[in-house]
Design a protein around this ligand. Structure first.
Ligand SMILES: [Zn+2]
Length: 394
């Protein structure tokens, strides 16, 4: 046991010596494999080069996280759906600039018995091996020692509304949901929500820029994970006058289709909206973020006073959006709903979350993976943005 601890410490030290993430990633991750043995579950990552690495565990839910320098993922199709033994699911991708990540969801508590890097033995490349063995909750919790969290600056306190200089263009922040190690929903034909949302966001940026009426920013413009509070902080730093978070859902019943518009509230409008918010709020857990220090944030959505006025503006934009979107996409019954979405929590930025449809439905997926359709949807959201800001002048 002590040897493993020493190994982990050595690994952590090695990782601390990594060069910063600015350099172009050249290492290729070629495969992720899972081997099931009588006494252990072995996870193997095939790599083109030797890398530094760090492994740690997180509880509730039980996860094992492997951090690497930024690598390119060239794994076979289907690698992300592998599971077996102790591993109930896995994800990989960029966590932050310079830091790629693999997150393993465990079926039950497990200990990391050993982690080691095997040198190439042609035709085998470098192999990073993690051996996991079944354990107990008590033993698991005793090992949970998340890495030090880089001290993120708390966002500024909300102020009454001083931001916009007279005559300045309104700032619209578009937030493509998910990204990097968090793929979001998976479509029936294999599409990933993180790409649908990014394409939609870029298209909407094009439409809004073309109008010349707005200053537009995207929370991400590449395949990278951003924590929910990071998205909120981005909007506030940008002095956003409107925040549009783009998503697409997936559900077991493949016949369900249609989009919806969501705004923040303490009480959910219905069970379905509450369940959706809970699902979207899990993005940080999915990406292997340790949430224990953010309990205040997770426990409940407390609406601050300044937020109430903001919520009225959010609802106004949602009302402008419903008829415009309806021209291009089918909307659910009760198209505007409310729930406690963490990404909509900026107290001073009117914010909506748009679910474009269900990737689990073939027709919705076909629509959301078509450039032409996305362009039409972007035009309708653009018209709603014009109506909203046009209406504010009167
Ligand atoms: Zn989503």
């Amino acid at each position: 046991m002590f040897a493993i601890f020493r190994l982990l410490v050595a690994v952590a030290v090695a990782l601390a010596c990594l060069p910063s993430g600015d350099a172009e990633a050249t290492t290729l991750a070629r495969n992720v494999r899972i081997g099931i043995h009588a006494d252990k579950t072995r996870v193997v990552l095939d790599l083109s080069e030797k890398v530094s690495y760090r492994v740690f565990t997180l509880a509730d839910p039980y996860r094992v996280v492997l951090d690497l320098p930024e690598v390119h993922w060239q794994v076979p199709a289907g690698a992300a759906s592998r599971k077996g033994g102790l591993v109930a699911g896995l994800r990989f991708g960029l966590f932050k600039p310079g830091n790629s990540r693999v997150v393993l969801d465990l079926k039950e508590p497990g200990v990391v018995r050993s982690v080691f890097l095997l040198p190439p033995a042609p035709p085998q490349p470098y192999r990073l091996v993690i051996d996991l063995a079944a354990s107990t909750r008590t033993a698991f919790l005793a090992k949970v020692k998340p890495p030090p969290v880089s001290a993120a600056k708390p966002p500024p306190r909300p102020t009454a509304k001083p931001r916009r200089r007279a005559g300045a263009k309104p700032v619209v922040v578009i937030d493509p949901g998910h990204g990097g190690v968090d793929p979001g929903a998976t479509g029936i034909g294999g599409s990933l929500e993180k790409w649908v949302t990014l394409r939609m966001a870029r298209q909407l940026r094009k439409v809004l820029n073309r109008s010349g009426r707005y200053q537009v920013a995207l929370t991400r413009d590449r395949d990278i994970f951003i924590p929910l509070r990071g998205r909120v902080a981005f909007a506030r730093r940008a002095g956003a006058d409107l925040f549009i978070s783009i998503h697409a859902d997936s559900i077991a019943d493949h016949s369900v289709r249609g989009g919806g518009i969501y705004t923040l509230s303490e009480k959910s409008s219905d069970k379905e909206a509450a369940a959706l918010a809970a699902k979207e709020n899990r993005a940080d857990v999915i990406a292997g973020v340790n949430l224990t220090q953010h309990d205040d944030d997770v426990a409940s959505i407390l609406i601050e006073l300044t937020q109430r006025e903001t919520m009225n503006y959010s609802a106004r934009f949602a009302s402008a959006l419903v008829p415009e979107l309806r021209r291009h996409i089918r909307l659910r019954r009760k198209p505007h709903r409310f729930a406690g979405f963490r990404v909509l929590k900026a107290p001073d930025v009117p914010s909506v979350l748009v679910e474009l449809g269900y990737l689990s439905n073939r027709r919705d997926e076909r629509m959301l993976t078509s450039a032409t359709e996305l362009a039409s949807i972007a035009n309708s959201i653009g018209r709603a943005v014009n109506h909203y800001f046009g209406g504010l002048k009167h």
